[in-house]
Write a protein that binds this ligand. Structure first.
Ligand code: NAD
Ligand code: WQD
Length: 340
């Protein structure tokens, strides 16, 4: 079976390529390196012992996508990661997000339809739930999106759903909670460009000395320690869920042509718990302060994971401790400058 991975040089895409190859799938990848680097492909080859069949393609370029599919006629399914993902940036530059995330997905679906490829796994997000009552299951209402980024995920889910009604397309939409950590080899991981938006890269960059101090955004929330609660999922567990989703599609285990799954651990951890876990397992004292709340943060969200367990046969295996240790190992590998 041959799987095309869009955004294959990115954080989650690169980890998924490793697990797909290790599960015996043939993998093709495309990316435009908007938020990633070509050396990731060399490091994927080091991990897997395979050269990655890669082409630089921008999914905003419809004709380039169509030509790509004409050259690669034997693709069985697509995993679609390519998108922009910075929530704050999406508020400042909404059109960039609608063009890339929504327009790019429409282009991809058109090219797939023309090439008679009718199976896709889509990267969605827990952000579609907004402020919900955890544990959140897949039937929770989808409120009006709080950011253009979140809206692109809602719109893409709807477009994909509509396309399953109009055509033979089969879709698995995966709603990720908070992906963290890195591959045990420390050859691939998350590469935030500029100041990180997310908690874990900010922790590791502060610990290594790239940032002076971590600010905890508010400790007056209605939670046990006053800080926000999230469901932090190890990226390798997340990658394995994509292999399960591809098995689910290609082995026709679905009952509906549009299936949606939460991908989380089912466990909620506060910001302070994450910091304390990092300090304990990595043996580093973190310089942090309590600051004001960040606009747009929900108080607490974590996944109900039963649907993925029952239908995909997948659940997470890694602990928060393993998440922190692997993120720290990755940060040290970046600092040692041995990655490329
Ligand atoms: P990432 O930025 O590391 O990876 C995305 C990749 O897509 C990058 O390599 C980028 O260069 C590429 N890309 C972007 N626009 C492209 C285009 N027009 N053409 C070709 N390639 C393009 O992000 P990630 O964390 O790996 O996220 C992957 C997917 O998962 C995204 O759709 C994101 O919205 C979604 N997601 C991420 C998170 C998270 O916290 N990381 C959470 C929920 C959902
Ligand atoms: C986690 C917690 C912050 C940084 C984001 C997107 C979401 C999804 C996952 C893509 C929050 C706190 C953070 C810092 C802090 N991505 N924090 N100091 O906001 O839950 O989710 O990534 O789909 O759409 O919004 O993740 O890592 O930014 O924050 O105190 O410097 O850490 O307030 O409680 P978030 P995050």
């Amino acid at each position: 079976m041959k799987i095309l991975v869009t955004g294959g040089a990115g954080y989650i895409g690169s980890h998924t390529i490793v697990e797909l190859i290790q599960a015996g799938y043939d993998v093709l990848a495309i990316d435009n390196f908007d938020n990633s680097y070509p050396y990731v492909l060399d490091n994927l080859a080091k991990i897997t012992g395979r050269t990655i069949a890669f082409e630089k393609v921008d999914i905003r370029d419809k004709s380039a996508l169509k030509s790509y599919f004409q050259l690669h006629k034997d693709i069985d399914a697509v995993i679609h990661f390519a998108a922009n993902k910075a929530v704050g940036e999406s508020v400042a530059k909404p059109l960039k997000y609608y063009e890339n995330n929504v327009g790019g997905t429409v282009n991809l679906l058109e090219a797939m339809q023309e090439a008679n490829i009718d199976q896709i796994v889509f990267s969605s997000s827990c952000t579609v739930y907004g402020e919900a009552n955890p544990p959140v299951n897949e039937n929770a209402p989808i409120p009006i999106a709080q950011s253009p980024y979140g809206n692109t995920k809602q719109i893409c889910e709807e477009i994909l759903h509509d396309q399953t009604i109009a055509t033979d397309l089969k879709v698995v939409a995966l709603r990720y909670f908070n992906p963290v950590g890195a591959h045990e080899s420390a050859l691939i991981g998350e590469l935030p460009i500029g100041i990180p938006n997310n908690l874990v890269p900010f922790i590791t960059q502060t610990a290594i000395g790239k940032r002076e101090i971590l600010t905890v955004f508010g400790n007056d929330y209605p939670t046990p320690d006053g800080t926000c609660i999230r469901d932090y999922i190890h990226v390798v567990d997340l990658a394995l869920a994509h292999v399960a989703a591809i098995d689910f599609l290609t082995q026709k285990k679905y009952t509906d042509s549009f299936s949606v799954f939460n991908l989380g651990t089912g466990r909620g951890n506060s910001v302070l718990e994450v910091i304390q876990t990092f300090e304990a397992v990595c043996g580093v004292k973190l310089n942090y302060q309590i600051g004001p709340r960040r606009a747009g943060d929900v108080v607490q969200v974590y996944a109900a994971c039963e649907k993925a367990a029952n239908e995909l046969g997948w659940k997470t295996k890694k602990t928060l401790e393993e998440c922190m240790l692997s993120a720290w190992k990755w940060e040290k590998a970046i600092a040692s400058n041995t990655l490329n």
